[in-house]
Write a protein that binds this ligand. Sequence first.
Ligand SMILES: *[C@@H]1O[C@H](CO)[C@@H](O)[C@H](O)[C@H]1NC(C)=O
Ligand SMILES: *[C@@H]1O[C@H](CO)[C@@H](O)[C@H](O)[C@H]1NC(C)=O
Length: 444
Amino acid sequence: MRFPLLAIATLSLVVRATVIVPGATWTDTSGNVIQAHGAGIMKVGSTFYWFGEDKAANSALFSAVSCYTSTDMMTWTRQNNALTPIANTMISTSNIVERPKVIFNKVNSEYVMWFHSDTSNYGVAMVGVATAKTPCGPYTYKGSFNPLGAESRDMSVFQDAAQTAYLLYASDNNQNFKISRLDTNYYNVTAQVNVLTASTLEAPGIVKRNGLYYLFASHTSGWDPNPNRWFVASTISSPFSAQQDIAPEPVRTYFSQNAFDLPLGTNAVYMGDRWRPELLGSSRYIWLPLTWASGVPQLIWADVWTLNIAAGTWTIASGTSYEAENGVVSGSATIPADPSFSGGKAVGFLGNGGSVTITVQGIGAAQWVSLYYANGDATWRNTTVSVNGGPSVLVDQPNTGGSHVILSVPVKLNLKSGSNTITFGAGQTNFAADLDRIIVYTAS
Ligand SMILES: *[C@@H]1O[C@H](CO)[C@@H](O)[C@H](O)[C@H]1NC(C)=O
Ligand SMILES: *[C@@H]1O[C@H](CO)[C@@H](O)[C@H](O)[C@H]1NC(C)=O
């Protein structure tokens, strides 16, 4: 009996977190922060490949297109870089390489990467193309160009079931959004098949569902979030419907911008970026269930969730909610009332001498805790979080775009079994955001 017990104990040490926690710092199987912004996902066999911009240097300039692999879309292993800089070309370290997307070309049996290729001031607005015989490459750069002679900034590629593929791109100074067909090699575009005139769209993705083409895109507000939209058309070249929101407008797509939309079963997974322009490498990933349950595509906010790739389903974890105003409110902290707060109240003026201590039940593990808060300022705030009087960690609180718009940010805390106290705002000299409530999860 001793051997199986030992095996179980060892196993529990190596089992990695298999949950998706939007907004958390995601790490790969080596424990390094995942650097794959502006994501593109490709599936080959049972393996998913995640391509993205490595922004570890906190610069918008090109350092690498990374390549990560996973079979469950939750545990990611970094592979060799798929594309690296070449001096004196459009992919040098003084250029822009964004939103890499890879599709497989059957004609040539090769993988073809398309990306936004630009100068540092985004002035030439080109697409770049690179090819490889294996999914992670490394890719051989073919060149950059203006598709059909026009500008292309934010872009994606969409591969139709018929092996016909399209470039989706913000063109004409980001005013007109265009769709153009790729040639049989996927090296160039041959004809424009659609245009959404004066639509000012960025960050596109298309999901084909029940024969309909659903386009997802943001509008243009730089690195700042805006309400991303969806459009539908019966063919890739027919007129798209008027724009509609994929999430309630005030939350600005839960402070994210679309990067990729991956079909899953009868629904999809939304993969967005929560950009942090002054610290780009600390931009976070906001992946959320994208459901057609109501007949139209809508994001579902999920603090903690899991994917079942084989079943094509997801499960959203449920936790225990604790109202901040029911905690012990100390010092200069206040209890503002507003219908937008859960329970009609929150705790304000945290930090600078104000704090609140909330008693929660733990299971004796590292547990995800989501902080629901409102930060109406233009800047990010943060809050200290201390468990059972221990050392505090600092949790970032991106601006929510309004003083009564609620978002949540996650923090992983070691909770003991039974009662724990969690204190917010103690020992900091800046003001934290208003704390509405917290939700304690047992999943990790
Ligand atoms: C792409 O096709 C256009 C014609 O549609 C041609 O002018 C251009 O040179 C081609 N670009 C490349 C990179 O092959
Ligand atoms: C915490 O937030 C304040 C603004 O309230 C900001 O000035 C400060 O730089 C932040 N601290 C960190 C470590 O990000």
